[in-house]
Design a protein around this ligand. Structure first.
Ligand SMILES: N[C@@H](CCC(=O)N[C@@H](CS)C(=O)NCC(=O)O)C(=O)O
Length: 136
């Protein structure tokens, strides 16, 4: 088991999540960073949530009603982790905000609930979902 790509080149396959020092990086990757990085994937919609947050619930309603392919929509409840604050710190670093929800369409963070609602109303949401191949 372990990182079977080691020794076969300097970089892991793009779908592999690794810990420790990533190639070309000087800083070690923290558990929180690794957790978040592994969830965010090019073809997926991922939302970091807290179940008690009304904006998160609204976001879940909106996205769950859309015809997104099976397995390509994930809600990640960060309250079940033992490093929630570090995860939020990293989300702040990545996206400019540490509030939940944080919505990722593919690798891009589109913001929170208000941003999602605006994108839905403008039609941009379906366009972006189509672009990443997430629609049925
Ligand atoms: N304008 C934001 C509001 C999000 C927001 O205020 N979320 C609250 C929870 S309901 C939050 O993250 N508070 C800080 C925290 O829980 O750490 C959005 O639309 O997503």
């Amino acid at each position: 088991m372990g990182a079977s790509w080691l020794g076969r080149g300097s970089t892991p396959p793009s779908n592999t999540c690794v810990s420790g020092f990533l190639p070309g990086r000087l800083q070690p990757v923290s558990m929180a960073q690794e957790f978040v990085n592994c969830k965010i994937q090019p073809g997926k919609v991922v939302v970091f949530i807290k179940p008690t947050c009304p904006y998160c619930r609204r976001t879940q309603e909106i996205l769950s009603e859309l015809p997104i392919k099976q397995g390509l929509l994930e809600f990640v409840d960060i309250t079940t982790t033992n490093n929630m604050n570090e995860i939020q710190d990293y989300l702040q670093q990545l996206t400019g905000a540490r509030t939940v929800p944080r919505v990722f369409i593919g690798k891009d963070c589109i913001g929170g609930c208000t941003d999602l609602v605006n994108m839905q109303q403008s039609g941009e949401l379906l366009t972006r979902l189509k672009q990443i191949g997430a629609l049925q």
